[in-house]
Design a protein around this ligand. Structure first.
Ligand code: GAR
Length: 217
C-alpha cells in the first residue's frame, strides 16, 4: 500500500497565487503531499475560489468576529486542527499568529515571506528594498517561531532589482520565484527530508545555512 500523504492545510488572506502553485504541484494522487484544507481570515477572497475549484475544503475564521487576538487565535487553532494537518503552510496570511498557535504547530508550521530574510521582516518589503538601493529582492520560506518572520530559513531565492522597478513590478518578479520555492519546501517536508530540531532547520539531517538553501532558477 502507498504511504499516507502529508496532510497540508494552507492559511491565506487574499489572492492565493502561492496556494495555486501548491494545489497544482500536489494535485496528483501519487504526490507526497495533499492540500486537505484552506483557511482564510477574510471571506470572499480569490484564494478561497481557487481552493473550491480544486475541490479542496475551505473555511473562514474572520478575525473581525472575535473580541481580541487570543479568541481569534483559539478559534483558528481549532479550525486548522480539525483538518488533522501534518503541515500548516502560511501563504499570504496577513495576521500575526499568537504564541499558543505557534507552539501548538511548532516544527510543522512554515511561512513564505517576500524578502531575503533577515532583511525586511514585516510589511512593505519591496518598497523598502528599492528605497535602500538593494541590488536584489527575493523571498524566503522559513519555519514559524514566535519571532515575527524570524524562524529558521528553509529556502531562499533572489531576483534582481531593475532600475525602473516600482514595488509592484518587483513583487511580480518575486512571486515567480515564490511559486517555485514554496512547493519545493513543502515537497521536502512531505517526503521526510526537512525538519526543525532544537531551533535548527535540517535538510537530509544536515543543518541548513542561515539564509536557507539558496535556490537558483
Ligand atoms: C506573497 O508575496 C507572500 O510572500 C506575501 O503575500 C503575498 C501573497 O500572495 N506574504 C506576506 O507578506 C506575509 N507577511 P498570494 O496571495 O498571491 O500567494
Amino acid at each position: 500500500m502507498a504511504e499516507a500523504r502529508c496532510r497540508v492545510v494552507v492559511l491565506i488572506s487574499g489572492t492565493g497565487t502561492n496556494l495555486q502553485a501548491l494545489l497544482d504541484t500536489f494535485a496528483a494522487a501519487d504526490s507526497p503531499a495533499e492540500i486537505v484544507g484552506v483557511v482564510s481570515n477574510r471571506p470572499g477572497v480569490g484564494g478561497l475560489e481557487r481552493a473550491a475549484r480544486a475541490g479542496v475544503a475551505t473555511a473562514v475564521v474572520d478575525h473581525r468576529d472575535f473580541p481580541d487576538r487570543a479568541a481569534f487565535d483559539a478559534a483558528l487553532l481549532d479550525k486548522v486542527a480539525s483538518f488533522a494537518p501534518d503541515l500548516v503552510a502560511l501563504a499570504g496570511f496577513m495576521r500575526i499568529l499568537g504564541a499558543e498557535f505557534v507552539r501548538h504547530f511548532a516544527g510543522r508550521l512554515i511561512n513564505i515571506h517576500p524578502s531575503l530574510l533577515p532583511r525586511y521582516p514585516g510589511l512593505d518589503t519591496h518598497k523598502r528594498a528599492i528605497e535602500a538601493g538593494d541590488s536584489h529582492g527575493g523571498a524566503t520560506v522559513h519555519f514559524v517561531t514566535e519571532e515575527l518572520d524570524g524562524g529558521p530559513a528553509i529556502v531562499q531565492a533572489a531576483v534582481p532589482i531593475l532600475p525602473d522597478d516600482d514595488p509592484g513590478a518587483l513583487a511580480a518578479r518575486v512571486l515567480t520565484v515564490e511559486h517555485q520555492i514554496y512547493p519545493l519546501a513543502v515537497e521536502w517536508f512531505a517526503s521526510g527530508r526537512l525538519a526543525l530540531r532544537d531551533g535548527q532547520a535540517l535538510l537530509d539531517r544536515q543543518p541548513l545555512p542561515a539564509g536557507g538553501y539558496r535556490f537558483e532558477e
